[in-house]
Design a protein around this ligand. Structure first.
Ligand SMILES: [Zn+2]
Length: 133
């Protein structure tokens, strides 16, 4: 198989097997250092930058499978969700689902006009309509 010369983003010279959809491609295991698949980027605790385009392709299973390769140096650290952050989001969600009148938790969010569940709204007749002036 013919190999094509390729100059990388950092000036390194390497080769690729050819081009597919305008992107250089390599067989599995032959991509130059600094390129990663989405899965590998995620595993490294990083994420793609907004609008980051693939740099190349990895091709395996005799060309039947492909995966995009991205420049690792352009990716960003992924925001790790800390336990404290997760707890805060859960508490917020609980508050949104808790009726301020009967204090029961409902499977839906309370309307912000009344903060009351549907049962309480029916009981009190207060559906949160603006008061008639
Ligand atoms: Zn209620």
């Amino acid at each position: 198989m013919a190999l094509l010369d390729l100059e990388l983003w950092d000036g390194r010279h390497t080769w690729c097997h050819g081009y597919r959809e305008g992107l250089p491609w390599w067989r599995w295991g032959w991509a130059p250092a600094g390129l990663r698949t989405r899965r590998q980027i995620h595993a490294a605790g990083r994420r793609l930058a907004r609008g980051q385009d693939p740099y190349g392709l990895i091709v395996w299973k005799r060309g039947r499978r492909t995966a995009a390769l991205y420049r690792l140096d352009l990716t960003l650290p992924a925001a790790r969700v800390t336990p404290a952050k997760r707890a805060a989001v859960a508490a917020m969600e609980r508050a949104r689902r808790t009726c301020r009148r009967c204090q029961r938790q409902r499977p839906y969010r309370m309307p912000m006009s009344t903060w009351r569940c549907w049962e309480c709204m029916a009981e009190t007749g207060d559906y949160g309509e603006p008061a008639v002036a």
